[in-house]
Design a protein around this ligand. Structure first.
Ligand code: BES
Ligand code: MN
Ligand code: ZN
Length: 499
């Protein structure tokens, strides 16, 4: 796709269609809507007047009009965005993505967008470009027939009065972010027979080479030497060896605080059968996405390698398969993690926390002062928050608040749950330091978090439970059903803020 920015007259762009954000109960009597009404010969006003389009969010309409004068397009697409006051920066990605999917569906190959979004034009252009790129992602990689063969080949973003250099920068950033989100989504969608831990490490290596990141892949022998008994207890039941993928971004110049290092740590369970505490057959297939946290780490690292912020970032992905063979760990096994803590495994299906224990400890041992971990950790978070909010918990309120705030700017929702001594007590084991589950049916998401917290020493730490938000069960106007790459945009904001 060719992406281009213009600052001048939007209605004269050389494209098949013009797309515009429309707010609730707007009248086409002034500004851009009046201009658009004129070029359509009054069809826009008539459409509004007849009540055929109200500007509600999710509403879309296509108007065909006769070409005249310098106007090259022959279609106008209205994208309803609801209340004007509620339309913020992330709305630009939604408008752009909704327009792109709507037009592609109708075989229209080029369009110009007027996002009508206030704010810094680099960011508007970035959001719109990312929105188009992520909107066109489909799950048809393995189809040999009925593949989506339609595409948008030209996207023109129009921001009145913007500096051309800002548009260029925004488009470059939006392309980097959008393609990196799609990289994350492609990984999350991969079937587990193809995306084994070894394959995930290979994809990470290819990506690191492509964008210029340092990468190291620790095999099981190395992890054994480092004493990662908790992580290795999960891979024990699989013929697929575990991999600890460590990616590093070092900035050309470091403007961050001396000695500070942010680490992103991801759960990369390439398939979660539950192990000996095996899951029921129904919906077990969904567990291919159990490496979404790891995929988010890799996608975010990819994006920042391209955007080049001035602070270092470390990415750690624990890639492991949870299977129930003769070597699998049993409920009642006791293992020792790399920080010396002993863990009584009472449910082998609470495996995400077992691998993250060693992964966060590794990050901190290797210099991390702030850690964000991402994991499809608990079914309980889906019960609590659905697919709307990501559960967030942490040991430092200012850090948690900062991540939530970055999410607001990025258009990603977080809802905090508490942690603390009273919850931590619930994972005290009778025979070891901690057990990997709490009382049945109680505070499941928090228990997962406080378990991971046991393996953090001094670092500031935030935990994101993305089990509900990493996968969309249905298609959205701006996005295919399936993997969402949730948290990538939030994390990029967080990294850029600490520059
Ligand atoms: N990967 C699952 C979490 C999950 C479950 C995500 C369902 C999406 C849908 C995780 O490894 C798991 O199995 N968690 C258990 C924990 C329990 C055994 C304490 C759960 O949530 O049931
Ligand atoms: Mn599990
Ligand atoms: Zn799992």
């Amino acid at each position: 796709m060719r992406t281009q920015g213009i600052t001048g007259n939007f209605t004269e762009a050389n494209v098949d269609a013009l797309a515009v954000a429309v707010f609730k109960n707007e009248k086409p009597t002034s500004g851009i809507l009046r201009d658009l009404d004129r070029i359509t010969g009054g069809i826009l006003a008539a459409t509004f007047k007849a009540g055929e389009f109200k500007g509600d969010s999710g509403e879309m309409a296509l108007i065909r009009f006769a070409r005249k004068g310098k106007v090259k397009a022959t279609r106008l697409v209205l994208i309803g965005m609801g209340e004007r006051e509620e339309y913020k920066m992330p709305g630009a990605a939604i408008v752009a993505g909704s327009a792109a999917r709507f037009l592609r569906q109708r075989n229209i190959k080029s369009f110009a967008l007027l996002p009508r979004c206030d704010g810094y034009s680099v960011e508007v252009a970035q959001n719109a470009t990312q929105g188009v790129i992520t909107s066109l992602f489909e799950l048809d990689k393995y189809k040999t027939k009925d593949k989506n063969d339609k595409t948008i080949n030209t996207f023109v973003i129009c921001i009145d009065g913007a500096k051309p250099s800002d548009l260029k920068e925004g488009i470059a950033r939006g392309t980097a972010i959008g393609e990196s989100m799609n990289f994350t989504r492609d990984l999350a969608n991969e079937p587990p027979n193809i995306l084994t831990p070894t394959e995930m490490a290979k994809r990470a290596q290819a990506m690191a080479k492509e964008v210029g990141l340092k990468i190291e892949v620790l095999d099981e022998a190395r992890m054994e030497k480092l004493g990662m008994g908790s992580l290795l207890s999960v891979s024990a039941g699989s013929t697929q060896p575990a991999k600890l993928i460590v990616v590093r971004y070092d900035p050309p110049t470091n403007t961050g605080q001396k000695g500070e290092l942010l680490a992103l740590v991801g759960k990369g369970i390439t398939f979660d059968t539950g192990g000996i505490s095996i899951k029921p057959a129904e919906n077990m297939d969904a567990m291919k996405y159990d490496m979404s946290g790891g995929a988010t780490v890799l996608g975010t690292m990819r994006a920042i390698a391209l955007i080049k912020p001035t602070v270092p970032v470390m990415g750690v992905v624990a890639a492991v398969e949870n299977m129930p063979d003769g070597n699998a760990s049993r409920p009642s096994d006791v293992v020792t993690a790399s920080n010396g803590k002993t863990v009584e495994i009472l449910n082998t299906d609470a495996e995400g926390r077992l691998i993250l224990a060693d992964a966060v400890a590794y990050a901190e041992k290797n210099g991390a002062t702030r850690i964000v971990d991402m994991a499809t950790l608990t079914g309980a978070v889906i019960v609590a928050l659905g697919d709307i909010n990501t559960g967030i918990m942490g040991n430092d309120q200012l850090f948690v608040d900062e991540v939530i705030d970055c999410g607001k700017e990025a258009g990603e929702n977080y809802w905090q749950l508490p942690v603390g001594r009273d919850y931590s007590k619930l994972i005290k084991s009778d025979i070891a330091d901690v057990k990997n589950i709490g009382p049945r049916g109680k505070a499941g998401t928090i228990i997962g978090a406080v378990f991971i917290q046991e393996f953090i020493d001094k670092a500031k730490w935030t935990h994101l439970d993305i089990a509900g938000t990493a996968w969309a069960d249905g298609v959205r106007p701006y996005q295919a059903k399936g993997p969402t790459a949730v948290a990538v945009r939030t994390l990029i904001k967080l990294i850029e803020r600490s520059q």
